[in-house]
Design a protein around this ligand. Structure first.
Ligand code: TTP
Ligand code: MG
Length: 370
């Protein structure tokens, strides 16, 4: 018998965005020096020495130039390319600016490099309605604030989101829905699988493994024998399974309070009364530290010790208990509190405008490009 009860629903699929800037270093150079727009630009080490290409503009890629190629070879392929030495400080500052933007779209962000990150957007903190819309808005916002383009992939796990972001580069968005994943994975060349480099690709080819379909057909046991633990993963990926969580870096600074209740309670009115006292404590602490934050998070723990957090972000930083409480019924309604009793309640304010992530923005003027 199936009860229409939240607890018994299968766990919802996650929604993950992978965002990656286009020709990152080269695009910054073209942005900062308009003469370079539309031209082949190579950012890298000395072509007269042993320098290598860090990256190049899409115009230069047409000549077969790519990252890690020797700079000397790159110049031979495209003698009229403009060669530029990296300005790492500038790239790092733009990177911080981009991650600060990402933080407005998700409370769970895993930066992978200067120009790339995963965002878990299962929770729709901006109420945009869908992960696709969130990704569109993210790309738009990055472009508006930095003048640079990025590409994004949206799917229900990290592997698929990352593969997707590469499909329509530059300035592209690709969504792989659960129902489209099997067909997509079957056609996917093995080289695109996470963990498959040149060597593994060769070995796979020698065993007649060319696509996801071949991996699936070989089966887990045989793959494990051939590739060890990685074989098991390749099989899982081919089946559309990848449970790796988006690992938010460093616990972001937050100020919060929580309380374990003497008795479990089910009455939401009573919960709000307790939350109000916690909010007043948080307000006092924020005032003492001269802080205000963009994100309000509610935490509840149920009698079975499972817990849930729900967040909301605001354009203006919050610090008053009154403002926190105005939103609290809505946050509480997004949990199972009430239908279920709770044993712990907590709330926190985070995303302070003066955190490390946003400090980086000060290094560069926050220019709004059309
Ligand atoms: P990538 O995202 O791999 O490349 P990209 O952003 O230049 O181009 P794409 O549009 O294909 O994403 O790397 C990000 C930056 O990292 C890149 O601009 C320069 C730097 N980088 C190196 O310095 N050396 C390397 O070998 C690679 C791959 C990147
Ligand atoms: Mg990139």
């Amino acid at each position: 018998m199936y009860h229409k009860n939240k607890n018994e629903n299968p766990p919802a699929l996650r929604k993950i965005i992978h965002v990656d800037m286009d020709a990152f270093y080269a695009a910054i150079e073209q942005r900062d020096n308009p003469v370079l727009k539309g031209r082949p630009v190579i950012v890298g080490g000395n072509p007269k020495g042993r320098g290598v290409v860090a990256t190049c503009s899409y115009e230069a890629r047409k000549f077969g130039i790519h990252s890690a190629m020797s700079a000397a070879q790159a110049i031979r392929k495209c003698p009229h390319a403009v060669f530029i030495r990296p300005r790492k400080e500038v790239y790092a500052a733009v990177s911080r600016q981009i991650f600060a933007i990402c933080q407005k779209f998700s409370n769970c962000i895993e930066p992978l490099s200067l120009d790339e990150a995963f965002l878990d957007v299962s929770e729709d903190i901006l109420n945009l309605g869908s992960a696709t819309r969130t990704a569109e808005k993210l790309l738009e916002t990055i472009h508006k604030h930095t003048g640079l383009t990025a590409s994004a992939g949206v799917s229900f796990n990290k592997f698929l989101a990352k593969v997707a972001s590469d499909i329509r580069k530059p300035a592209g968005l690709t969504v792989i829905r659960p129902e489209d994943a099997p067909a997509f994975l079957e056609k996917l060349p093995v080289r695109k699988f996470f963990g498959v480099g040149k060597t593994t690709e060769k070995k796979m080819h020698s065993h007649n493994l060319f696509t996801g379909e071949d991996i699936k057909a070989m089966g887990e046991e045989k793959l494990k024998n051939l590739f060890g633990k990685a074989g098991k993963e390749f099989y899982a990926f081919a089946m559309g399974r990848d449970d790796r969580p988006v690992m938010a870096q460093r616990s972001r600074k937050s100020i919060g309070r929580e309380v374990t209740l003497e008795r479990d309670i089910r009455d939401t009115g009573a919960m709000l009364a307790i939350l109000k006292t916690l909010a007043e404590d948080v307000e006092a602490s924020l005032v003492r530290k001269k802080h205000a934050g963009h994100t309000l998070t509610l935490k509840v723990k149920y009698p079975d010790f499972r817990s849930a957090t729900r967040s909301m972000s605001f354009p203006c930083p919050l610090w008053r208990a009154e403002d926190m409480m105005e939103k609290m019924p809505e946050l509480l309604a997004r949990t199972e509190a009430g239908e279920k009793a709770v044993r712990l309640l907590g709330l926190a304010i985070s995303q302070f405008p003066d955190t490390e992530q946003t400090k980086g923005q000060m290094l560069l003027p926050f220019v709004f490009h059309k």
